[in-house]
Ligand binder design. Structure first.
Ligand code: BEZ
Ligand code: FE
Length: 303
């Protein structure tokens, strides 16, 4: 219990720090700084850290900075593992009719992926069980969206993205376009679980708190079309035991799909020769919101 004199001192400090932003010309920046200070001091007054604990927190953030370079963004990983990335995505991808839900982009998207024709294979030599992915792109009125660009990428069966290898391979990533009916079909590999990079301070935070670095198995999509809100999302594998503990809180029930296992020797619909191997098949029907529905909802003026 703090005494009233103690409380008064703590509150007086908060008020003085808040007032220091009174002269901020940019009103948005002023609001952000005031809110940050309010919540930061609320956190400190709640936790009441020792000075050694506060220093340990600063050392942790310093280590996150030192871990960060052009290839590794440890601050984004921290944001991801604290759910801050998913919260920002929820705020900025407002629920709209039956538009498909968004989730984290992750660190392994690259520009300039190869193009594959309809029905093509994005695996590019990546290890894994073949997986046939089919679906449509529609808008929220139900109209097909032809010519939508779909970027797709995923880890291989060993849990690694192509960019995590020391060679220059491009594998398990590509882009393709929806057809005149908004349909798409491509071959990929059946997603398997893998850990987020956990050899740095974020990994130490997860270990210290008894959390797993594992991500639920998933296939990434980035879908864009003129006049429609760009969608960054994944699909997840129903039955995956990691769905409830995904390390970056990326799982949404609406994105969990049935990857129907096809026993060895089952002929695929396009006649592809799979040399008797098993394969899987999944359907993902994508609904894109109108582009204007990006940020905070502004109700239309009344007629
Ligand atoms: C990923 O899915 O690739 C990923 C997402 C967030 C953090 C690390 C990896
Ligand atoms: Fe991923």
């Amino acid at each position: 219990m703090t005494t009233s004199e103690q409380q008064a001192r703590e509150e007086e400090l908060v008020a003085r720090v808040l007032a220091s932003f009174d002269g901020t010309a940019d009103q948005r920046l002023r609001a952000i700084m005031r809110s940050l200070v309010t919540h930061l001091h609320g956190f400190l007054r709640d936790v009441r850290p020792t000075e050694a604990e506060w220093r340990a927190g600063i050392d942790f953030l310093t280590a996150v900075g030192h871990m960060t370079d052009e290839r590794r963004q440890e601050f984004i990983l921290l944001s991801d593992t604290l759910g801050a990335s998913m919260q920002t995505i929820a705020i900025n991808n407002e629920a709209y009719a039956d538009a498909t839900e968004a989730t984290v982009v992750g660190p392994f998207f690259t520009e300039d992926s190869p193009h594959v024709a309809p029905g093509g294979d994005i695996a590019g030599g990546a290890s894994g069980e073949p997986c046939l992915v089919e679906g449509t792109v529609r808008d929220t009125s139900g109209a097909p969206v032809p010519g939508a660009r779909l970027e797709v990428w995923e880890a291989d069966a060993d849990g690694f993205y192509d960019v995590q290898y020391d060679d220059d391979r491009t594998a398990a990533r590509a882009h393709l376009f929806s057809d005149d009916d908004g349909g798409f079909r491509f071959w990929a590999v059946t997603p398997t679980p893998y850990p987020i990079p956990h050899d740095g301070p974020v990994g130490r935070m997860l270990a210290a708190t008894g959390r797993s670095p594992m991500r639920a198995s998933h296939l990434h999509f980035l879908v864009s079309a003129a006049g429609l809100r760009t969608l960054v999302t994944h699909i997840f594998v129903r039955g995956d035991e990691l769905l409830a503990t995904d390390s970056v809180f990326g799982v949404k029930e609406s994105l969990v799909k049935d990857f129907a296992r096809q026993p060895p020797g089952t002929p695929p619909p396009d006649g592809r020769d799979l040399a008797g191997a098993s394969w899987s098949r999944v359907r993902f029907d994508i609904v894109l919101a109108p582009a204007r529905t990006g940020g905070p909802h502004v109700p239309p003026p009344r007629e």
